[in-house]
Ligand binder design. Structure first.
Ligand code: GLN
Length: 545
């Protein structure tokens, strides 16, 4: 069955990438969304070519951060950009993966939906992909669907997506769809001029597949020269103003402003016959702040995937949001805690010049003893500390060992045989065998304790944050921890799960089982992150240079 567009006014923008990966297609798509979101209901969809159903089972070093949605969906990091730029709460079904597509094709085939037919890429796989676009658009009552095709044109795994978005043009009419192609315009060393050939070749690959781009964004270390735009336009069949500069920037939040200066929203309005004037005033003020940062502070992120900053993408973004709000430059120091536990580096050396510490989420035991040492040091030396997910669990382990005197207390994730499993599997997790999609995932409510730091920071009696974990603070130990001074400042509505902990008599020591970085926005930084940064700034610590 061919997909049909019933929603007459529905418009599509398709973003493809060429030349090489890592050019910022997700940010480009999100920025386009930002420019158009003042009056339109925009639904972003990301099409990933991999055969995993979702990225939940991938190593962050391989894939970057796994972003978690309110509905518990584990998705590509690009959804982080969509939510931070476009005022929307994304859903799991807005992420197509070949894993999902083929699972459904196989299910339909087994059910007999294709009885008598040979199941083929065209039409069956491509039709299923298009069906998903229209289903989501209809369900969300979208005005505009923003489709980002993963990878670069020519990748084998993305060909069915390219064919699907090509066919869309005849399904919805050329006046309802616009194709944006992001390419790379390098300035090779020694040549010192912007080279357009990679763009020409990548557009050629796209047109061979039947897609003529309406807009080309040329990512380059510098703004594209007029002659360069002219040349790209000439070779690729566009007008000069339809070639946009995607200049390298130090902050992704500048991209919508740059696109706007290049006239992108005007081109889109004209082609798609829509009008949704960008409202960038507040955004502009915060970006201006980022351009005028005062003195700097240093925040350490103690993890184990530290060789890839993408592993902690949302934490970096949350700190960037705090930077814009507080007008302080935040230098990040990534600390590999395995080096501390191996004795390669002392705590003092590792934390040299550090004003505040974040222990982010993580899995497995590697580096955990080093993190526990860092937490002890922060607690005792009164260094501002924020623990996230595993960071909370290890703060509890540290407190149990060193304050409650529970000898060698641990999380059962790290030591199965510990005498004191202060962090443990929940009974309902024990019977689960599959690894994919089976954690405690998505948005959960926590009730915040009267008079606590958590409540002060959130300015609310309860809060919804997103989760991604299997282990919990063991309820059997809540009382003993509290008797020894640990404050459980946020608890699940059934009062079983510790969602936030903190300690008194410390400038800033707080941790949460959730991932508040996932909901942080430029306009509204995550309260626990802002609290950490403000505490460092106001502390006037001798450490603060
Ligand atoms: N590994 C821990 C758990 O599964 C923490 C997970 C995390 O930090 N996201 O509970």
């Amino acid at each position: 069955m061919h997909a049909v567009n019933n929603t007459k006014k529905l418009k599509f923008i398709v973003v493809t990438g060429g030349v090489l990966s890592g050019l910022g297609k997700g940010v480009a798509a999100a920025s386009i969304g930002k420019l158009l979101s003042s009056k339109l209901k925009i639904v972003p969809m990301k099409l990933d070519g991999y055969l995993n159903v979702d990225p939940g089972t991938m190593n962050p070093i391989e894939h970057g951060e796994v972003f978690v949605l309110d509905d518990g969906g584990e998705v590509d990091m690009d959804f982080g950009h969509y939510e931070r730029f476009i005022n929307t709460t994304c859903k799991f079904e807005w992420n197509l993966t070949m894993g999902k597509v083929f699972t459904e094709i196989r299910e339909r085939e087994r059910k007999g939906d294709y009885l008598g037919k040979t199941v083929q890429f065209v039409p069956h796989v491509v039709d299923l992909i298009k069906e998903k676009f229209f289903q989501v658009a209809e369900k969300e009552n979208a005005d505009l669907m923003l489709i980002e095709v993963g990878g670069t044109v020519g990748d084998i795994e993305n060909e069915p997506y390219i064919e699907a978005v090509r066919q869309l043009k005849s399904d919805v009419g050329s006046e309802n769809i616009l194709y944006v192609h992001l390419t790379y315009v390098p300035i090779p060393g020694g040549v010192n001029e912007q080279k357009t050939k990679p763009t020409q070749q990548s557009v050629k690959m796209l047109t061979e597949r039947g897609i003529q781009p309406d807009v080309i964004i040329g990512r380059s270390p510098e703004k594209l020269g007029d002659n360069v735009k002219e040349k790209i336009a000439c070779f690729c069949g566009l007008k000069r103003n339809e070639v946009i500069s995607g200049v390298d920037v130090d902050s992704v939040y500048k991209i919508p402003l740059i696109f706007e200066m290049e006239g992108l929203s005007g081109i889109i309005h004209k082609k798609l016959q829509i009008y949704s004037p960008p409202d960038l005033r507040e955004w502009q003020v915060l970006v201006d702040n980022l351009n005028n940062l005062k003195e700097s502070i240093t925040i350490a992120i103690c993890g184990k995937y530290t060789n890839l900053e993408d592993s902690y993408a949302s934490i970096n973004e949350a700190l960037m949001h705090c930077s814009a709000q507080t007008k302080h430059k935040i230098d990040l120091k990534f600390i590999e805690t395995t080096n501390i536990e191996n004795g390669d580096i002392s705590i003092q050396e590792a934390l040299q010049g550090v004003n505040g510490v974040i222990i982010p989420g993580g899995f497995g035991d590697r580096g955990t003893e080093g993190k526990i040492e860092v937490i002890k040091h922060c607690r005792e030396q009164k260094i501002p500390f924020l623990g996230i997910c595993l960071g909370l669990q290890l703060a509890v382990v540290e407190y149990a060992r060193n304050v409650c005197e529970l000898y060698k207390a641990n999380s059962s994730e790290i030591d199965k045989n510990t005498l004191y499993p202060v962090v443990d599997f929940l009974p309902e997790q024990r019977k689960i065998e599959n690894k994919g999609g089976t954690m405690r995932l998505g948005s959960y409510k926590a009730i915040l304790k009267e008079g606590s730091l958590a409540k002060k920071l959130y300015k609310s009696e309860f809060v919804w944050e997103r989760h991604r974990h299997r282990y919990e603070v063991n309820p059997d130990y809540h009382q003993i921890l509290q008797n020894n001074g640990l404050v459980i400042s946020g608890i699940s509505p059934d009062e079983r799960l510790a969602e936030f902990i903190e300690i008194d008599d410390h400038p800033y020591f707080i941790a949460t089982q959730s991932h508040p970085e996932l909901k942080s926005k430029l306009i509204k930084p995550a309260p626990l992150f802002l609290g950490l940064v403000n505490s460092v700034i106001s502390r006037k610590s001798p450490l603060l240079k």
